[in-house]
Write a new protein. Structure first.
Length: 335
């Protein structure tokens, strides 16, 4: 596995986190994330126009802070890596425009990185060796996929959600329980001490499938809240929601790893910060004799460090982005 020989300034603005990082190969020298959680909490979800404006305000200070933390001046940067797909187009455009301007001013190459590919390869930041091929469970606010990672830059989609993502189910459940935003963290906190078996909630899709479905769960949560009314136990409901989501994620991920004879299973994406899901997969993989790797929580949520790592791999392959490279709201995984 060959990495670009040089320091990379990476930028990530695909959704509601403004992030900049300095990386060297797979080593994260500095990583800064400016969160918009408080901004969007008052609306109970992400407002794209507000996210884009917040990125404009935060992008330069975030880059400057990453440079300062790394002790590396921007003039010593060898290349730029930027997430340009998929995501909120207005938010992505802020990062892409900033990256182009800096690459032009510093006279260095630029490479465009796919957001999901960056999540998938984020375990490369760990000191442990990442075996290939392996199975990756990618779970975030908008994505739930099982991917066979044959090698870096070569992927096979083996399972996906047929409707809503796991993160969307967490967010919907949190809103219905009055727990606020972001939903995943709110549900996890409220579930502490709750009974995960108090309320029966659907898992979606029966049989030996590797796909997911969370739309029925969202409907069931709504009906539960309406039917229970003041009798509803919020801790028990939160624990039951968390149990329903994490159990099906862990079951399908392990099934994929075993059916594909994978040596390792990785867990990435924002929902990967959920402690119950991490513990559940770790125990299941240990029992099955499969290696389990997941980045620390700060590298599971959106961050520029993972963009820099993938950027280094693609730069080492000779890839360069053109000046007309644009922000793309939707894009399949590169192969």
């Amino acid at each position: 596995m060959h990495f670009f020989a040089g320091k990379i300034l990476a930028i990530e603005t695909s959704c509601d986190e403004t992030s900049a990082a300095i990386t060297e190969g797979r080593r994260v020298v500095a990583s800064v994330v400016a969160s918009q959680t408080e901004l969007h909490a008052k609306w109970g979800g992400i407002v794209p126009e507000a996210a884009a404006r917040a990125h404009v305000e935060a992008i330069l200070p975030t880059i400057e802070e990453a440079s300062a933390r790394a002790g590396i001046a921007l003039r010593d940067i060898s290349a730029l890596a930027v997430c340009n797909r998929p995501g909120l187009v207005g938010a992505l455009s802020v990062g892409v425009t900033a990256a182009k301007a800096l690459a032009f001013a510093l006279e260095v190459p630029i490479v465009a990185v796919h957001h999901l590919e960056a999540h998938i390869l984020s375990p490369l930041a760990l000191p442990d060796e990442l075996p290939f091929p392996h199975v990756c469970l990618t779970v975030s606010g908008g994505h739930t996929e099982l991917v066979r990672v044959v090698e870096p830059m070569k992927y096979e989609l083996v399972g996906q959600t047929l409707d809503d993502a796991a993160g969307e189910a967490f967010d919907k459940g949190a809103r219905l329980l009055g727990l606020g935003y972001p939903g995943g963290a709110a549900i996890q906190a409220a579930a502490a001490g709750g009974d995960p078996h108090r309320y029966r909630l659907p898992r979606g899709l029966r049989g030996e499938t590797l796909d997911f479905s969370f739309s029925g769960l969202k409907t069931a949560i709504l009906r539960l809240v309406e039917s229970e009314g003041d009798r509803l136990s919020v801790p028990d409901a939160a624990a039951s929601i968390q149990e329903a989501i994490t159990s099906v994620l862990a079951e399908r991920a392990l099934r994929a790893a075993e059916s594909l004879s994978a040596e390792a299973l990785t867990l990435v994406g924002g929902v990967a910060a959920n402690l119950l899901l991490r513990d559940r997969l770790k125990a299941a993989c240990r029992k099955a004799g499969i290696a389990f790797l997941t980045p620390p929580p700060e590298l599971c949520t959106d961050n520029a460090a993972m963009i820099g790592i993938v950027g280094s791999l693609r730069l080492a392959r000779g890839e360069r982005a053109d000046w007309d490279t644009d922000a793309l709201p939707n894009a399949p995984l590169p192969d």
